[in-house]
Design a protein around this ligand. Sequence first.
Ligand code: URA
Length: 185
Amino acid sequence: MAKLDGLKKVCEECKGCPLWESRKNLVFGVGNEDADIMFIGEAPGQQEDEQGVPFVGAAGQLFDRYLFAVDIPRESVYIANILKCRPPRNRDPLPAEEDACIEHLYKQIEAIDPKIIVCLGRVSAKRLIDENYMITKQHGKWQTKGGRHITAVYHPSALLRDPAKKADMLEDMKAVKAKLDTLRA
Ligand code: URA
């Protein structure tokens, strides 16, 4: 039994907000349960809901290219979201949905115990770093929280909408890799 199996079962049965009714699949998280680094997005989209796996749609495929570019194997990391069920029509998560789901994520983080957390996008950064976080101004900046290094980068969907952000994303991801290398040295 993997160490997150119990928590996954709790999430499968969770009715803490109404999203369990409209989802096709729970999108619990994927990757190495002993990862040094966790990437945390916002909420599952359509493809993720269909497959039960985070970041497998267009945004996920673009994200994979950044992982590859900075030499971080996807299998070595753990990827999750603030919400584990898809909001209808990909709307932003409601505060009540985040409140209902966040304890599951905190438990997931505790169990994996990563050295680094990277928030993918505004929603994740506002929830995990600072409610006033401004992604355009603060992306790529580092702080420590609860003994972990934490930063935020643009959400890959934002890069699909605005390719001008891609250069910043590459720099931020290079810094993520450098931080990972330093902590492993
Ligand atoms: N966007 C997210 O924030 N998470 C996913 O899993 C997919 C798209």
